[in-house]
Ligand binder design. Structure first.
Ligand code: FAD
Length: 400
């Protein structure tokens, strides 16, 4: 792999079989697969000054490995995704746990046996738990909508407590909404875990953290003789797309283009900007060994921020006497602000706007939008890797 800052003078797009826009999971996975399977010479163009997209991590001034764009916990049910990524990293056996700070008491989420006893007291909590076990059986995730449907006052009480103290205020902070704007279909999916397992992803096949971090994983993923990475280049300076052509450096481009950036930006937002929420992340290094007992504590009934992450608790890194934490504040996103668009606001109107942008590239057989931005959706890391592997399969089949 060659990594360069900026494009060289006289950059010749035609010397590449494929141009990949974005060095996150979506772009990097496609680059690697096509270089390996088809012998494609690939140019990866990334506007940030680093690879790894939103999964980027780095060592801060205190020597602590932190995640620049928010805490990333790897978890997947997909053996294919796991096998592919495991070529580029070993994994720690980190099992993610989340606590909610509810009126000053830390309770496991998803709400479980222990949380019930903390919320309702030992005796009443145990009685409610027995009712849940009798009704649903043990080691099950039950959405609060299902608790409500039973029309049982005890189960209703649990559902109401979880809704009010774990879900409602947190969701309002996250999405900037009032209670009546909170989508009931989302509300109903909030789970209770009938059991003692305190893991956030209790029933998942693979979870952990990349042993040397995400950026190292990406360095290996992109480390291939046929892949060149150009950092600090906004592709809009060289790529122009209309309904019939994709032009690179002013000439129609005959190779494949894998595009993982936002589609609206490619058209100068001329139909309007696709709405997102962004996050303001405030890092702080403290002179203590440990600040909180787990990786993430959600503040579900108080504070302006949504959660605090303590990175050492997730990475397992040992740095005596120091720890770095990060508070997340959720805000509205505006494209001109230079903020990162994090969460697509998936309302019907916005999805329709996205479809109008997508329709503009549908005639281009060599232009492939993939990933969280280009598809205007939320993906976990494993979902985006799976999607990039599927697209790669199609491209490999077309070129072999
Ligand atoms: P990105 O990683 O965003 O990569 C796209 C790249 O394209 C970016 O680097 C961008 O700079 C570049 N780009 C865009 N436009 C241009 C342009 N015009 N020119 C050049 N380059 C351009 N997933 C999990 O599985 N577990 C988690 O715990 C988890 N936590 C998350 C926490 C937060 C706060 C957020 C927001 C997401 C989290 N995710 C998590 C999801 C994960 O971040 C995404 O699934 C993944 O990063 C998406 O990869 P991508 O390649 O689609 O997009």
């Amino acid at each position: 792999m060659a990594i360069a800052s900026g494009l060289p003078a006289g950059f010749n797009a035609d010397s590449y079989d494929m141009i990949v826009v974005g060095a996150g999971y979506a772009g990097s996975v496609c680059a690697r697969r096509l270089a390996e399977a088809c012998g494609f010479h690939v140019a990866v163009i990334e506007r940030r000054d680093h690879i790894a997209g939103n999964a980027y991590d780095y060592v801060d001034d205190a020597g602590i490995l932190v995640h620049k764009y928010g805490p990333h916990i790897y978890h997947t049910q997909s053996d294919r995704v796991h096998q592919f990524l495991s070529r580029f990293t070993e994994w720690t056996n980190y099992q993610h746990k989340v606590l909610a700070n509810i009126h000053g008491t830390l309770m496991p989420v998803p709400f479980n046996h222990k949380s019930l006893k903390l919320a309702f007291g030992e005796e009443r909590g145990e009685a409610l738990y027995r009712k849940l076990v009798e009704t649903f059986g043990e080691n099950k995730k039950v959405p609060i909508l299902e608790l409500r449907e039973k029309n049982d006052p005890d189960l209703q009480e649990v559902a109401d407590y979880v809704y009010e103290n774990v879900f409602l205020h947190y969701t309002m902070k996250q999405w900037g909404t009032t209670p009546d704007q909170v989508d009931p279909s989302v509300t109903g999916r909030v789970p209770v875990f009938v059991g003692d397992d305190e893991r956030y992803f209790p029933l998942v096949a693979h979870q952990g953290m990349p042993a040397e971090g995400y950026t190292k994983l990406f360095e290996r993923l992109l480390d291939h003789d046929l892949i060149d990475v150009f950092l600090g280049v906004d592709v809009r300076d060289i790529l122009m797309v209309d309904e019939d052509y994709a032009k690179v450096c002013g000439k129609p481009y005959g190779g494949e283009i894998v595009y993982t950036g936002p589609l609206d930006e490619l058209f100068g937002l001329d139909l309007g900007a696709l709405p997102y929420r962004t996050l303001d992340m405030q890092f702080e290094t403290l002179d203590v060994d440990q600040f909180q007992p787990v990786g993430t504590v959600n503040y579900t009934t108080s504070e302006d921020f949504t959660r605090i992450t303590e990175f050492k608790n997730m990475t397992g890194q040992v740095v005596p006497g120091k720890t770095t934490i990060m508070r997340e504040y959720s805000k509205a996103y505006t494209p001109e602000s230079g903020q990162t668009p994090y969460y697509a606001i998936l309302e019907d109107e916005n999805k329709q706007l996205y479809q109008r942008y997508l329709a503009r590239v549908s005639r281009l057989t060599n232009f492939h939008p993939v990933g969280r931005l280009a598809e205007y959706r939320y993906y976990d890391m494993d979902g985006v890797v799976a999607s990039a592997l599927d697209l790669s399969d199609e491209l490999v089949a077309a070129h072999n």
